[in-house]
Design a protein. Structure first.
Length: 764
């Protein structure tokens, strides 16, 4: 029988993402009832649809047209929004429950366009997906529809189609709730009682379930740690399907590396194996094949803090996003065998909130496995932020890129808006906030902005600048010194009187202290750091980045008596000089092992024209260096009749990967090198790989400037060798996946310039 309330699924297509400055180009609303039959199966009934294109009174951008499929021609002659607003409001009604995927955006957009839905119940299927679909690679609406067999999953981004998909997803989750264990249902009911908004509360209310779980029962699971093999199983699958790193697909070159590692590891114990991002997963399988005992070394902060989770549940009212995260953590906690927070997919604000749920080193942890092993596998990014265990040997992958990543890791990020938000949690910080506001204004006046003199608002176009410490001192030394002195005095006084009230308070203050103390030090004393200044509207973000990281790398190698570099071929004097300079240790002190498999990089500027006329263009992957060029290439290939997947246009990474593998013979994937460089699955599925541009760091990139400001010739000293190394590692990874054909390069600078020919000799 139907439930005594009406639902309306909403979706809008808009000129962009700002409810205040953008407008609506399509509106779709679908009214429906929910019925449960005698078999306790939910279904949507009594469906009534409304859909309308809207003339936006402005030209459409090319990007929006590519995403939505709506063009200027389609909107000519359509009514403007204010002519149809009352009809839309009447269709939605006064007491309906609003349903949609990321529907809070649509509600905000309608609010600025004269329809206030703040009194309506709201069910966001994206937030439900965060709880119910953690095992799905992407929470994109079309991907979820494909995963659950709801509809054709490549037809989203038109408003009516998306409303239909969100209804199907909502009904799917209602039915999925019926299959949950009683314990999980009880957890959802408990979270619904605490939630400050309606999503979980309303969802559970619709199901009619009312039983809850008591706190003692919720936190009474066994305290015994799981085994290292259980931990590694999860680590090896958290980012990708388990087929991502099959040992059997290794090329002869990679087998050479395997033999090298066998000799390196023979008879050694108590050593540490350091790898790079996803490569750590691949190497864990390699160690198993070699019969080497190992465990995954994890810092305490990688595990969930059950103390904080329990404390939060005893609170009263928190923000909507935080309760979604708490609910997600509690449901995930029922299934996890590791307690590792990186298993979770996080979105938006959750990436900041999750920091409060990380375990401290002194906390008891049921998941952390301290069993001994001959070798540890440590994610190299982890060490960049935290201390690393001691040992006598280290095996490193991608050491040439270590310098770049270390600089990013050692940077201090100061988001003035976030910092002010943290300070608002405390009384007696008014003067500190006032000084920070003055400091923000001073920083915003330093550069000469391309938007003109005193634009309103400043940073309208998201302006980013690199400033040396000398730039800052030269432009506002007296004012900066005065503000810094007042900030120091007010902050010191507040620190001496503040009282720590909770674990969360400790973490919050740690963030505040890091940012403010660094700023005070940086403004007063000469430093080796540079500054990235980003201005977006009124928001100021500062990123202080180290100009040179030699001392950090020296400290890294000082801990080990042997260092081995694996998986990167170093050819030529230029690359060896670069490695010596950037790592501060002589090349001959490192054992260098490169792939010996057959490789081929062909300079072929006209390869796209040749492929357009043949069927072989299907299964092609085109890599470039910027999102702008991705779109340009996609537009140039529209008439091939193939499905074009464009990064930033065709959904997230995993959706694109699955679309490509599902129909590769009729698909072209276009993306950036940085996005896809580690994705071995893509390389093994490709039939053509084309590099559209050489992977130089752009001379305007702030991290590039931080390292190269002051160099006599940053192109020959830095750009060339770094590009060679990036290209070499990319080629090595492509061929190690089992790819057997040539790699083509459209960038004819490789063959037409003297420096390009020199680079080509060092690559092949």
């Amino acid at each position: 029988m139907p439930m005594p309330y009406r639902f309306v699924a909403l979706d809008l297509e808009t000129t962009w993402l700002s409810p205040t400055t953008d407008t609506i180009i399509e509106v779709a609303a679908v009214a429906f009832d929910i019925e449960k039959n005698s078999e306790w199966h939910y279904a949507a009934t009594n469906i009534v649809e409304h859909s309308q294109l809207v003339y936006p009174e402005r030209e459409m951008t090319e990007e929006i047209s590519m995403i939505t499929g709506i063009t200027d021609e389609m909107l000519v002659g359509k009514p403007v929004w204010w002519d149809i607003r009352e009809r839309v409001r009447e269709f939605i009604g006064d007491e309906s429950i609003i349903v949609g995927h990321n529907v809070l955006f649509d509600i905000a957009m309608l609010a600025t366009h004269g329809i206030d839905l703040s009194d309506h119940g709201i069910i966001d299927t994206f937030e439900l997906s965060e709880i119910f679909s953690q095992d799905i690679e992407s929470l994109n609406l079309g991907y979820l529809a494909w995963a659950y067999g709801l509809s054709a999953w490549d037809k989203e981004h038109r408003a009516l189609g998306d409303t239909r998909l969100s209804i199907g997803l909502f009904v799917h989750y209602l039915n999925q709730f019926e299959w949950l264990s009683n314990r999980k249902k009880q957890i959802l009911t408990l979270c619904g009682q605490h939630e400050s908004k309606e999503n979980i509360t309303l969802f559970v209310w619709i199901t009619g379930y009312s039983d809850t779980i008591d706190m003692e029962s919720l936190f009474s699971k066994s305290e015994q740690a799981v085994s290292s093999s259980q931990i590694e199983t999860t680590v090896s699958t958290w980012q990708a399907p388990t087929t991502h790193y099959h040992i059997t697909s290794l090329s002869p070159g990679r087998k050479h590396e395997r033999e090298y590692l066998r000799e390196t590891l023979s008879g050694k114990t108590g050593t540490i194996c350091v790898f790079w991002q996803e490569q750590g997963v691949h190497m864990s399988w390699l160690l198993e094949e070699l019969g080497v005992s190992y465990r995954v070394h994890e810092d305490a902060s990688e595990y969930i803090s059950e103390l904080e989770l329990e404390s939060m549940l005893q609170g009263s009212s928190w923000g909507r996003k935080e309760w979604i995260l708490i609910t997600k953590l509690l449901i995930w906690r029922e299934d996890t065998t590791t307690g590792l927070l990186r298993e979770l997919k996080l979105y938006g604000e959750e990436r900041n909130l999750i920091e409060y749920y990380r375990a401290e080193s002194t906390e008891p942890n049921r998941y952390k496995d301290e069993s001994p092993a001959d070798w540890n596998i440590v994610n190299i990014r982890k060490w960049l932020y935290h201390s690393m265990p001691d040992g006598d040997t280290v095996v490193i992958k991608d050491i040439p890129l270590l310098e770049e990543q270390m600089r990013r890791a050692r940077s201090i990020h100061v988001d003035m808006k976030s910092l002010m938000g943290l300070l608002e949690n405390y009384s007696e910080t008014t003067e500190i906030q006032e000084m920070l506001l003055w400091m923000s204004g001073l920083y915003s006046e330093f550069p000469e902005r391309p938007t003109g003199e005193n634009p309103h608002p400043p940073g309208e176009y998201g302006e980013t600048y690199f400033l040396t410490q000398g730039d800052i001192w030269h432009h506002g030394f007296e004012a900066l010194a005065l503000i810094t002195d007042r900030l120091d005095g007010a902050y010191t006084e507040w620190k001496s009187t503040r009282v720590i009230q909770s674990r969360r308070d400790t973490i919050r203050f740690r963030k505040i202290d890091t940012m403010i103390e660094f700023m005070i030090h940086y403004h007063r004393r000469e430093s080796s750091y540079g500054t990235i200044l980003t201005i977006v509207e009124w928001d100021i973000t500062l990123t202080y980045i180290p100009r040179v990281v030699d001392s950090f790398i020296d400290g890294f190698f000082a801990k080990y008596s042997h260092a081995y570099l694996s998986g990167v071929g170093i050819h030529g004097e230029k690359m060896q000089d670069f490695l010596t300079r950037e790592s501060s240790i002589p090349v001959w002190d490192i054992t260098i092992v490169g792939s010996t498999g057959e490789k081929s990089l062909s300079v072929a500027p006209n390869i796209l024209e040749k492929l357009r006329d043949t069927d072989t263009i299907g299964g092609t992957v085109i890599l470039t260096t910027s999102m702008k060029h991705v779109r340009e290439l996609g537009k140039s290939l529209e008439k091939t009749g193939k499905k074009i997947l464009m990064q930033g246009i065709s959904g997230g990474k995993w959706k694109q990967l699955w679309l490509f593998t599902a129909n590769r013979n009729n698909t072209i994937l276009i993306g950036t090198i940085d996005m896809w460089r580690d994705t071995l699955t893509l390389w093994s599925m490709a039939t053509n790989i084309i590099l559209a541009k050489l992977p130089f760091d752009p001379p305007t990139d702030s991290y590039f400037l931080a390292r190269t400001v002051g160099m006599k010739n940053n192109f020959s000293l830095y750009s060339e060798p770094m590009m060679i190394i990036k290209l070499n590692t990319l080629i090595e990874r492509i061929y190690s996946s089992g790819y057997e054909w040539s790699i083509y390069c459209l960038d004819n600078r490789l063959s037409e310039t003297t420096w390009g020919q020199e680079i080509l000799r060092e690559i092949v």
